[in-house]
Design a protein around this ligand. Structure first.
Ligand SMILES: Cc1cc2nc3c(=O)[nH]c(=O)nc-3n(C[C@H](O)[C@H](O)[C@H](O)COP(=O)(O)OP(=O)(O)OC[C@H]3O[C@@H](n4cnc5c(N)ncnc54)[C@H](O)[C@@H]3O)c2cc1C
Length: 379
């Protein structure tokens, strides 16, 4: 097992500088407003294509399919710079973070050749189809059905809270493909085109007035055999692997753009500010170190990766929620423009959802405790 130093990131100043130059050029070419939670809320297909043309989507993936075969640390440096800038990365986010890796791990050669180069180019966007009405935390209870028909599958059911489904081309959809006593068996994943006959994508408006997630209804949707990702019945194993990628990224400690705002607005911190800033720095660096550990140890067993991801998401999202409160206190009366005030408001409105999406804190803590308890997660 190769242990790489956490400080390795500090050795990537040139790459970080390139990303910052690119962001400045994009701002000049097609101005965007920095966003809170940019990976969920701020999408620009044009920005994703521009990022793809730099080779910054699928950076770690095999060259054979258009990837860059870079290290996970190089990818992380790019991702941290993009999130810190509040850049409009939401269009390609899920495709890059978890769907592409899922296709590379479980897909057929045909699927890899069809999907991966398009994702890398920033042209193909995905939604994650796990949650359903009544099946969120209890994901194994999904009721969306996939039935075998000649030449393919017929899908019926509904997904909910599907982020970005209104701009995605495909949804990786978790379905029940066989009835089984064991709830974790009989689940399969399908790559479903969202423009297929019988699919309805209905945006849901949230508290802040935005409609960033959707309900997606499947009514006798026919997909061919090639839409099945991985082996039939392997859906649970695949989904938990994807959730580990979802829970363990930089978006768990640097997604809110608030640190960037604090750095800009508190160039001369008062004595009172120091305690808040010190608390921010300590918490953020601890979560980051935890997240980097998984990257550093490439051969970590899957069970251990899942446990680590649950730890990062639990500690990271609690940090981010507190960060909103810290920023509100620190920046109150000190943010000069309406734009900054709107960002702070947006952070406050988003705060409750931070510990829900990707698995709630209560559920993560159950995973953490049972993982430690059963030894499945021990290194
Ligand atoms: C902003 C946002 C974006 C999202 N994007 C997506 C997406 O793109 N794709 C997708 O599939 N889903 C998405 N989700 C859904 C998200 O994964 C679910 O909201 C989450 O898993 C919780 O499920 P639920 O909403 O059904 O709540 P429930 O499962 O009904 O939970 C309600 C409450 O009960 C608690 N609870 C439930 N079970 C237990 C237990 N066993 N022990 C202790 N407490 C428990 C929970 O912690 C929670 O507080 C998104 C959610 C949000 C908020």
């Amino acid at each position: 097992m190769s242990e790489r130093p956490v400080t390795e990131l500090a050795a990537l100043p040139h790459l970080r500088a390139r990303v910052r130059r690119f962001l400045a050029e994009e701002q000049a070419r097609a101005p965007y407003r920095p966003a809170i939670d940019a990976w969920l809320t701020s999408a620009s297909a044009e920005f994703s294509r521009a990022l793809g043309s730099q080779g910054w989507i699928g950076m770690t993936w095999p060259k054979e399919y258009g990837g860059g075969e870079c290290s996970a640390f190089e990818r992380l440096a790019v991702v941290e710079e993009l999130l810190t800038a509040g850049a409009p990365v939401a269009a390609h986010w899920f495709a890059e973070r978890q769907i592409g890796p899922g296709i590379l791990k479980n897909g057929t050669e045909r699927q890899k050749r069809a999907f991966i180069p398009e994702i890398v180019a920033g042209r193909l966007f995905f939604a994650v189809g796990m949650s359903e009405p009544g099946s969120g935390s209890d994901l194994a209870s999904v009721r969306t059905r996939a039935e075998r028909v000649p030449g393919g599958w017929r899908i019926n059911g509904a997904k909910v809270w599907s982020s970005g489904a209104h701009r995605a081309h495909y949804m990786l959809t978790l379905c029940r493909s066989a009835v089984s006593e064991d709830r974790h068996a009989g689940l399969s994943q399908f790559l479903v085109p969202l423009d297929a006959p019988g699919v309805q994508v209905r945006p849901i408006r949230s508290l802040d007035g935005e409609a960033e997630f959707c309900e997606v209804v499947f009514d006798d949707v026919l997909v061919d055999d090639d839409a099945l990702l991985g082996a039939e019945g392997d859906g649970w194993k695949q989904v938990t692997g994807e959730l580990a990628l979802e829970r363990n990224g930089a978006e768990r400690y640097v997604s809110l753009y608030l640190e960037t705002m604090m750095a800009a607005r508190l160039a001369r911190p008062t004595r009172r500010d120091h305690a808040y800033l010190g608390e921010t720095a300590a918490a953020m660096w601890s979560v980051r170190a935890l997240s980097l550990r998984t990257l550093a140890e490439e051969n970590r067993p899957q069970a251990r990766r899942e446990l680590d991801a649950a730890l990062v998401k639990d500690v990271g999202t609690v940090f981010e929620q507190r960060q909103v409160e810290r920023a509100r206190r620190l920046l109150a009366g000190r943010v000069p423009g309406e734009e900054d005030r709107a960002l702070l408001r947006s952070a406050v409105e988003h705060a409750p959802s931070i510990t829900l999406r990707g698995g709630t804190t209560e559920v993560l803590r159950t995973i953490i405790w049972s993982g430690l308890d059963t030894g499945g997660g021990r290194a």
